[in-house]
Design a binder for this molecule. Sequence first.
Ligand SMILES: Cc1cc2nc3c(=O)[nH]c(=O)nc-3n(C[C@H](O)[C@H](O)[C@H](O)COP(=O)(O)OP(=O)(O)OC[C@H]3O[C@@H](n4cnc5c(N)ncnc54)[C@H](O)[C@@H]3O)c2cc1C
Length: 306
Amino acid sequence: MNVKTLIYSENTELSLQLLGRALQLSAGASALATDEEQAAVLSGYGASRVYFVKDRSFDTLRAGLLEVAARESPDLVMVGSTKRGRELAPRVASALGAGYSGDCFDVQQGEDGFQVKRLAYGGSTVATMRIRGKPAVVSVPPRSFQKPETQGKRGEAIELNVTSPASRVKVIESRPKKAGDSGLENAKVIVSAGRGFKKREDLKLLEELAAELGAKMGCSRPVSADLGWMAQWVGISGKKVAPRLYIACGISGTIQHAAGIRDSHIIVSINSDEAAGIHEISDYSIVGDIYTVLPALTRALRERAR
Ligand SMILES: Cc1cc2nc3c(=O)[nH]c(=O)nc-3n(C[C@H](O)[C@H](O)[C@H](O)COP(=O)(O)OP(=O)(O)OC[C@H]3O[C@@H](n4cnc5c(N)ncnc54)[C@H](O)[C@@H]3O)c2cc1C
């Protein structure tokens, strides 16, 4: 196996994981780093040639990756699946006229290119895909691969003098995220509202339960995107969460919602419909009306806390 791989991520840990896989596929790998410091880390872990750029702007990184690809002619380009990486990788693939697949958690060398695996249908199934031709471009989510052992020997670090073309994007305004809206990703306990809630004021029932459990509040997409009752929703197009306890209240459990909660340790559902899909993915199901169950649950927790 002697695959020429080029890796990039602005997240150094993720970059090292990509390097780990690259070194399994071949004896050497080249990398693009966001600065000299990251270049030093990557070369210390065994990247044979690390190019670094002077600024981290999107256009510079794109131009940098294309420049390194021209110099190294890699068989495989692996980009970390961060927000930026997911934008960068397909653009690079398009400029190279290369095949691309996103969020691949497995990459193997095939007979005529590469075979990759990625989740499909909201994470309910694994799709195996083949990318033919050279290079293949993929983005790779965090923790798909292990970082290599430190090598001790240093590879070459090369400064790239790429000039970014004038951006066609003009930033008109930037606004900081509102404090207090976030935190769902790291929450230990989440109580979540679905369309089973008839009125916004009824969310009080959820707030009371959240207060007893020290939980963050989440919701399904329609409660946020359609009704505007909460800032963020849980699911494939919202926040992916992994709490110790997730309580889904009046949520049907469609695949798009389920994909966002599959890493939860314990899922409890409260839904009046016995046939609701959420019960199938729950550890504990309560078939009942949230307007009765939630106050009873909150009361029971209060009594226990006394
Ligand atoms: C591209 C795309 C992306 C999407 N991404 C997401 C996503 O990230 N997250 C997400 O959540 N959705 C997402 N959706 C929407 C998704 O398909 C569903 O429409 C949505 O999850 C349903 O929300 P819900 O469960 O709150 O509502 P419903 O499906 O209407 O379910 C309401 C549930 O409440 C129950 N109920 C009603 N009254 C009561 C009561 N009094 N007591 C107890 N239970 C009661 C009902 O039995 C029902 O099961 C996406 C859709 C698309 C097309």
